[in-house]
Ligand binder design. Structure first.
Ligand code: SAH
Ligand code: MG
Length: 207
């Protein structure tokens, strides 16, 4: 990661502390060779900078999947709502312009492909194997489990699965990301390789 990209990532708007971002970057640098990375949930592009920088160095693409309308918890009246992200014309959240600017400023446009749409809908027609899958989309029960169910089959052997906002203690945060993390571990198909803050990194170990 270039010093300039690192500085931009540290300053970027979003919900990912820099130590977790760097761990995500390291995980991507260790993903199997040659195929794509995909993140579910890009928001304004903070995590995309860490993954996109690794994609640049590895010579692969990062697909950044987000409908850019915000999760339930980003809507008006919820804890993680940021009013200035509302598009007044649509009367709805729109993080896409912010995401674009973030990626542009870091010089990562050639390596980061925004895919604007609903995550499980896209997963149902997806065809490219993934070397890395980062799940940080909707954190309600249905969206988190749908992301896990629909995307993990696309992960190649030895592929890296990273999950954000994993809180073992319910007092620290919502449960669904922790539940999908547990499902991954209990399936016997994934082994944990790193844990930093609420980020968990696993490797698909089935043959
Ligand atoms: N990874 C980002 C934060 C993502 S916040 C960072 O670290 O900076 C979660 C994002 O998931 C929101 O931008 C929201 O729009 C997106 N999201 C929620 N449900 C989705 C769905 N079903 N399809 C696509 N994107 C979704
Ligand atoms: Mg998150």
């Amino acid at each position: 990661m270039s010093p300039q990209q690192r500085k931009l990532a540290e300053a970027a708007r979003g919900f990912m502390p820099s130590d977790e971002g760097l761990a995500l970057y390291e995980a991507a640098m260790q993903a199997p060779e040659g195929v794509s990375f995909l993140e579910v949930g890009s928001y304004c592009g903070k995590s995309s900078l860490y993954l996109g920088s690794a994609a640049q160095q590895r010579g692969v693409l990062l697909f950044a999947v987000d409908h850019h309308r915000g999760s339930e918890e980003n809507q008006p009246g919820w804890q993680w709502h940021e009013p200035d992200l509302v598009d007044p014309k649509a009367g709805r959240l729109d993080t896409l312009p912010h995401f674009r600017r973030t990626i542009y400023e870091a010089g990562l446009e050639p390596y980061v492909v925004a895919v604007v749409g609903d995550s499980p809908t896209l997963a149902a027609v997806w065809g490219t194997p993934l070397a890395l899958l980062f799940i940080d989309g909707g954190h309600g029960s249905a969206p988190a489990h749908a992301d896990f169910d629909s995307w993990t089959p696309h992960l190649m052997r030895n592929g890296v699965l990273a999950i954000h906002d994993v809180f073992a203690n319910p007092e620290d945060g919502g449960r669904p990301p922790y539940e999908i993390y547990c499902r991954a571990v209990e399936s016997g198909k994934f082994k944990e390789t790193a844990a930093v803050g609420s980020l968990r990194v696993l490797r698909k170990s089935d043959l």
